[in-house]
Design a protein around this ligand. Sequence first.
Ligand code: AMP
Length: 413
Amino acid sequence: MVALSNSSEDACLVINAGSSSLKFCVFQSGNKGGGSAAEIEPVVTGQISGIGTAPRFEAKDAARHKIADHSWAAGENPGRPELLHHLLDWIGDTLKGATLVAAGHRVVHGGTRFSAPVRVTPAVLDQLEELIPLAPLHEPHNIAAMRALAQVYPSLPQVACFDTAFHQTQPWQSQTFAIPRELTAEGIRRYGFHGLSYEYIAHRLPQVAPELADAHVVVCHLGSGASLCAMRGGHSVDTTMGFTALDGVPMGTRPGAIDPGVLIYLMREKGYGADELEKLLYHKSGMLGVSGVSNDMRDLESSDLPAAAEAVELFCHNVAKQVAALAGSMGGLDAVVFTAGVGENSTLVRARVAEKLSWLGVSIDPAANRAKATRISAQESRVPVFIIPTDEERMIARHTLGVIAAAQLDRAA
Ligand code: AMP
């Protein structure tokens, strides 16, 4: 178990729990007492994969060197509490002298109740259980990790950080479907996701370009899940994902926006039930469905198959279309930011999207784009274009330490 005393440095564990895997990252701060979120840096990252089948624990140090790789013997199948116990013991052994002051969790859905990070309590966990129907593929695993950690290490403060929270500033018309009001009142509305990523970009962009602090910005979070966010002055005004993480642009295995009539057709004419629709929409569509070969942009870009090129084209077409739609939604476009796996790494996708937006005054410098410079727009571009690597884990660690510090201040007052 991690030492809670005699330690020299505060550490914050960040957890991103999925159905069969748990990604983790430990941030360490030079400040004693957990009182500040300043100057935190990741010291180890890793994951536990194969939860429920054949668990494997892997970790890397800050220089990305592998420092742990452990699989359990056949027949042994430790559950979440045992695996978290292993993780905490390992952190204690590896980061000797560190004080683990808190754990922060990425939680996909905060509903309408949670508009900011919150200290995890039994009551909060019960409230989060009520949100499971809104995110059945993610929320149960987020909750399971918080419950397991509370069981293993009850005195460790835990903080839930929500992917939906950043979008709570959106105006009513961005959050509302045109459906009967009683359904909206039940919570059937647009929530938006990737909020921790957008929040990080909202903090980072003014450091990179101070003149854009109050600007109309479209951030393109293009990863295996993808969405775009319209931001004004660092606040979310509109976004492409809605009630679930299915809406918006095509993704690795999700179609993005699809005429709901298609789903009625599939149910009525082809006998699809909810489970089959879920499989189709979450796992078989998007880049994988269109290309027939892969959900990974790297594979598609290096493939000679016409269907792979078509998938990339369909992706870029829809991203460009949504940049324009979001500019319309917020009434202006002063900058475009690319982030996440595809946005940060794919020269081709950025170039194609920019080409399609040339009528809006977007033009990128091919050399800067290839070099993955921070500012990739051409001199003459009316709209500056940036690549800003996202850092959701850092955002969670900052929030977590902030919540703990605020609680300490409250107690001291
Ligand atoms: P993320 O979900 O943000 O981790 O993004 C993961 C996705 O980024 C992968 O599935 C790839 O499709 C994409 N990706 C990562 N590296 C590259 C690259 N060098 N070129 C194109 N796509 C990439």
